[in-house]
Design a protein around this ligand. Structure first.
Ligand code: 13P
Length: 259
């Protein structure tokens, strides 16, 4: 069985003080959750990573970053390397988020370099894929997913692919309040899993954890995560408050355990 994974992408929100407060609230809220039943990951901004790491040390919560550069070190002003993320306490890193593709020239090629660098250093990449509204309406959803997956994961070994997480995030559902229906999410997730079986092996595909992201809230978390190929969620807005994120985790956990 695949272990569910729910991550909070805090995007460009929260000062250090606010981040510490939120992390403390979540630590209290998740106190009774068994870490072997689910991976809960917080992805704050770079400036808060070490402080949040300190708060969640010895808890069942894990730390992730929102991006990474592919070199270990060097004259790359403004970038942060996988070595530095590990040093700050990260176990995970989001790569290829649609906001990075949209505003910061992220391409499949840069995603691929980042994924390779992350796995080389033992970080679990959360690789984001997903179509825009125009692409969906033009019937190109599967083509886009295939392009993002085959490009972003190019050259990775089966062993490396088996360690990463995919986040299906339809761009039209991010921050818009428009969630994909559970049927739309399941259809895309199944496509991704079938594609992984074709590109790698059935075992790799069967073990691959695929999160859904895009306007996940406490109200829709259970229905989405009940889908057989949905293994968790990547949550933006609703991860910024302890009560809504903890409710999503509780409902998601129940939805997965019930099956
Ligand atoms: P929202 O949950 O705010 O729609 O954001 C989703 C997202 O982009 C998570 O990475």
């Amino acid at each position: 069985m695949r272990k569910p994974i729910i991550a909070g992408n805090w995007k460009m929100y929260k000062t250090i003080t606010q981040a510490i407060e939120l992390a403390n609230g979540l630590k209290r809220a998740f106190f009774e959750i068994d870490a072997s039943s689910i991976d809960i990951v917080l992805c704050p901004v770079y400036t808060s990573l070490s402080e949040v790491a300190e708060v969640i040390a010895d808890s069942n919560i894990k730390l992730g970053a929102q991006d990474v550069y592919w070199q270990d070190e060097g004259a790359f002003t403004g970038e942060v390397s996988p070595v530095m993320l590990k040093d700050a306490g990260c176990g995970y890193v989001i790569i290829g988020h649609s906001e990075r593709r949209q505003y910061f020239n992220e391409t499949n090629e840069t995603v691929n370099k980042k994924v390779k660098a992350a796995v080389k250093h033992g970080l679990v990449p959360i690789v984001c894929v997903g179509e825009t509204l125009e692409q969906r309406e033009a019937g190109k959803t599967f083509d886009v997913l295939k392009d993002h997956i085959s490009g972003g994961l190019a050259g990775l070994t089966e062993d490396e692919v088996s360690k990463l997480v995919i986040a299906y995030e339809p761009v039209w559902a991010i921050g818009t309040g428009k969630t994909a229906t559970s049927a739309q999410a399941q259809e895309a997730h199944k496509y991704i899993r079938d594609l992984a079986a074709a590109l790698y092996t059935k075992d790799v595909a069967g073990g691959m954890r695929i999160q859904y992201g895009g306007s996940v809230k406490p109200e829709n978390a259970a229905e989405i995560m009940q889908q057989p190929d949905v293994d968790g969620a990547l949550v933006g807005g609703a991860s910024l408050k302890a009560d809504s994120f903890s409710e999503i985790v509780n409902r998601g956990l129940k939805a997965k355990v019930k099956k």
